[in-house]
Ligand binder design. Structure first.
Ligand SMILES: Cc1cc2nc3c(=O)[nH]c(=O)nc-3n(C[C@H](O)[C@H](O)[C@H](O)COP(=O)(O)OP(=O)(O)OC[C@H]3O[C@@H](n4cnc5c(N)ncnc54)[C@H](O)[C@@H]3O)c2cc1C
Length: 474
């Protein structure tokens, strides 16, 4: 019997447990014990249903392009609960001096692919528009050294593009700062495009054409996928498949030691338990600390992956009070605007299934890499900031009927330049230590799909299944 410990009961740890449970049901001699320090499973994935509205505390969806989370939902039998974002009303606004300016049509992530909408957009100055036109002539350039996203985008389109677009977009995804994020780790596709084509706009046009041909006669998938009743549905369905007595809430792992061929875990209950294998599905800095007695270099590499903190503020209104709100999925706030709100999603537009017709839900994202101080404020102070900024940005003065504030301390991994080299070292070290696996958002993808992928792969890895890909969790 192989005894596996899983540390951390977020979506990564639960995916690992589910993969082991499947092996057990199929007759493999394995038992697993999942240890979660808090009193709840799901980690950053947490939803509540209040007054008919689905309120997402952490992730509200995942990108459809990465298949692992949706595939898991289908496997779990909740494929019929998957919903797509309402891309008919996909407009995103950028706040510029308290005005909402729409992202121009044809902008693919950060790259302009249509001349006229970009040329007439008030989002960019004529200097930037000129840079965009000149970018079409950018020569191919082999990437020698990793650089920041800001440096990379600035080389192509100028600083205004970084401030107005790249920074607010990546701030929404990573809670990060483009002056600190690695371009290879976060926008690796752009680096490949630059190597091959030089110009990102030209490369995007080629990619777009190929995609259109491949998707001919097929419906366009939604940009984001989620679950009707929120991301909690995935957590609850996963948990229902696990062996209940093997899940231990309110039990933190305090240290790990290797004694002979066993990993001995010290539990916060005072007990010590031996295991044949361990999967660390905690934030990487905690995993690093726990591995201090196993491998110093690995421990240091994991511990030095930085994390950002954030808060989400969800406000439920009577829909009549939102009549002045424009359509679209919401707005992004560039840091240069000097505000504390980084983004606001119009949930009732992005996922209409998540609010009854007479309600509107706004979800505001605060904090991130440069504003961890937001977590020090009281709920009243955070709410006052959000309401003032909504009043100034979208003239919304109405009293919200429901307010929820969630704080996420050190929840989102940051990928600084050199991150992928560090991850290569971590993967090599893990591969060399039998019975050890890591999973989570600290490696090659921040979102829920990558957590599902790494959790599953770590479980397969410690059992020696698909050793080549599983242990490296690529
Ligand atoms: C506000 C916010 C919005 C997000 N939005 C999106 C989105 O829209 N789409 C998307 O795809 N992703 C999004 N993400 C990212 C995504 O939610 C996370 O990457 C993912 O949920 C992380 O899952 P995890 O299991 O790896 O880690 P976590 O959810 O952090 O779980 C780790 C668990 O380990 C436990 N733990 C820690 N230390 C110990 C210990 N010593 N012993 C035992 N247990 C321990 C913790 O209590 C926690 O439950 C968002 C994240 C946040 C915070």
């Amino acid at each position: 019997m192989t005894r596996v410990a899983i540390i951390g009961g977020g979506i990564s740890g639960l995916s690992a447990a589910y993969a082991l449970e499947k092996e057990r049901v199929q007759g493999r001699e394995v038992d697993y014990q999942l240890f979660e320090s808090s009193s709840r499973l799901g980690g950053a994935c947490y939803s509540e249903i209040v007054d008919g509205c689905v309120i997402e505390a952490g992730p509200d969806s995942f990108v459809s392009e990465k298949p692992w989370a949706a595939a898991l939902c289908r496997e779990l039998g909740i494929g019929d609960q998957l919903i797509g974002s309402n891309d008919n009303d996909r407009k995103t606004w950028i706040v510029v001096r308290n005005r909402l300016i729409p992202l121009p049509d044809g902008l693919m992530f950060l790259v302009p692919t249509k001349i006229l909408p970009t040329a007439f957009s008030p989002l960019f100055s004529w200097g930037t528009k000129f840079r965009m036109a000149r970018e079409l002539m950018h020569p191919p350039r082999p990437m020698q050294q990793d650089e920041t996203v800001a440096a990379f985008i600035e080389r192509h389109f100028g600083r205004e593009m970084v401030d107005r677009l790249a920074d607010p977009m990546l701030s929404g995804i990573y809670g990060g700062d483009t002056d600190q994020l690695s371009v290879r780790a976060t926008l690796g596709r752009f680096v490949d495009m630059e190597e091959k084509y030089g110009s990102l706009s030209r490369a995007m046009l080629v990619a777009n054409k190929k995609m259109k041909e491949a998707m001919k006669d097929r419906p366009k998938p939604p940009l984001f996928t989620s679950l009707k009743n929120g991301m909690q549905q995935l957590v609850d369905t996963l948990v229902a498949r696990l062996t209940p007595q093997w899940i231990h809430l309110d039990t933190a792992i305090q240290s790990i030691e290797k004694r002979d061929s066993k990993y001995v875990l010290q539990l916060s209950t005072g007990e010590a338990q031996p295991f044949d294998a361990v999967i660390l599905a905690t934030p990487a800095n905690i995993a690093g600390r726990l591995l201090a007695n196993i491998d110093t270099h690995l421990s240091e590499d994991l511990a030095s992956i930085p994390y950002s903190s954030s808060a989400t503020v969800i406000l439920v209104y009577d829909i009549a009070d939102l009549r002045n709100l424009p359509g679209g999925h919401g707005f992004l706030v560039p840091r240069s605007e000097g505000r504390r709100m980084r983004a606001c999603t119009f949930v009732h537009n992005k996922f209409p299934h998540r609010a009854p017709p007479d309600k509107g839900v706004l979800r505001c994202f605060m904090g991130g890499a440069n504003d961890a101080a937001i977590l020090q404020l009281s709920d009243e102070e955070i709410l006052a900031i959000v309401r003032r900024e909504l009043r100034e940005i979208v003239r919304l003065d109405a009293e919200p009927k429901i307010v929820r504030i969630y704080r996420w301390r050190g929840a989102m991994a940051q990928y600084p330049p050199g991150h992928l080299d560090r991850v290569d070292r971590i993967e090599r070290a893990i591969a060399a230590i039998p019975g050890l696996g890591v999973a989570g958002n600290a490696f090659r993808g921040i979102g829920v799909p990558d957590c599902v992928r790494t959790g599953t792969a770590a479980a397969q890895g410690v059992l020696g299944i698909k050793e080549d890909t599983a242990k490296t969790a690529r």
